[in-house]
Ligand binder design. Sequence first.
Ligand code: HEM
Length: 447
Amino acid sequence: MASLQWLKECSKPTLLVVTIFLAVVLKFLMQEKLKRRKLNLPPGPAKLPIIGNLHQLGNMPHISLRELAKKYEEYKEKFAYSSCSVPSVSTGYNFVREEEVARLIRRIAESYPGTTNLSKMIGLYANDVLCRVALGTDFSGGGEYDRHGFQKMLDDYQALLGGFSLGDYFPSMEFVHSLTGMKSKLRYTFRRFDQFFDEVITEHRNSKGKQEEKKDLVDILLDIQKDGSSEIPLTMDNIKAVILDMFAAGTDTTFIILDWAMTELIMNPNAMEKAQDEVRGVVGDRKVVQESDLPRLNYMKAVIKEIFRLHPPSPVLLPRESLEDVIIDGYNIPAKTRIYVNVWGMGRDPELWENPETFEPERFIGSGIDFKGQDFELIPFGAGRRSCPAITFGTAAIEIALAQLLHSFDWKLPPGLEAMDVDNTEAFGISMHRTVPLHVVAKPHFD
Ligand code: HEM
């Protein structure tokens, strides 16, 4: 009776809206049920109408996804990828790495006997290497491009790429981007980058007679555009997009691995000692590590693999969408399914790794597991045709810097600080880095 009373009190338009809403929800639920009855979908948690399982991703999707995978154990199958060749970013530019590593060491040495903000120094190194390779100029230390607020632009861009936007999950409801303010932020950031790249391209066009080996990415792309050697003609927008892609993908990733490598080594003095003994044994009294020393640094390479396993810069690979209906292991995966690969979860899976939460570089000594995309338990660069095109370039920038840091200094936490006091909180975005910078005392090994 009470409900009937309520009905009587409702105005006609309200009743109409409520009826339409209920009809839409009911239709949606019935369609879902019908679809599910026909398809053999992989097991998973129940979906809510409209938003599906979105609410279960949370602030730290890599952790939520691992918890869900544990719960629905049986679909933790390893799917084989077919491996295709990818165009790669060349390892060249040794002179840039050498000069930037030397600058990193000088900057750190200046801080002794005080403490140094090592995270900041490593961040400058990663940015400067990429800026010089891509644009031919660095911007740190009052460099030219910093005047344009380039670093701030990059930070904003990365926040936009990594940030959660409801509109991404409802492509048919594009207007959501306008409601959330995402569209205007994207437009603003896009305009700033566009203006900046226009200036950079004009400068490059006006500078003539650069030696072939000193050419940066913009020079190379402009040459390709001019001589028409690419299969598909390169437009100015293509050139700008390639440069932006490299910055978005290349600076934070290199930084995160070096930052974590130094953090884990400082917190694990035995591993630090082993890594330093190895580098100093190979390089000897020579102050500068050379790229030709790197193939002999097996323990240091194992440290880097262990960092890729525990702290992959992209904990969840870039989302993929299935183009057509497929069946995997008897399960239907409908077209347009959004696929997330939880690399972080795979690196800590107790079925794949012994003591998965412990930092133990030794696990890679004498093991054939590598991160090139063939061993699916360790794929920090992804795998298959859209994996990172800069595996060799990124690894070279990490290895030479880490070797030199280990060779040039003895490392300690600031007085009064213990390993357990180090704040290792991480923030999830397009890449995942520590939120509190690492402060250390770096005592020069050479006078
Ligand atoms: C430690 C270093 C790095 C790691 C761990 C890393 C990891 C990744 C990952 C996981 C992806 C996406 C792959 C996928 O979703 O399957 C990616 C894509 C990409 N990376 Fe890297 N990356 C690193 C360094 C770099 C550097 C230094 C550059 C540039 C010089 C770079 C350029 C790119 C580009 C352009 C893409 C997009 C490729 C595409 O459009 O499909 N990366 N990287």
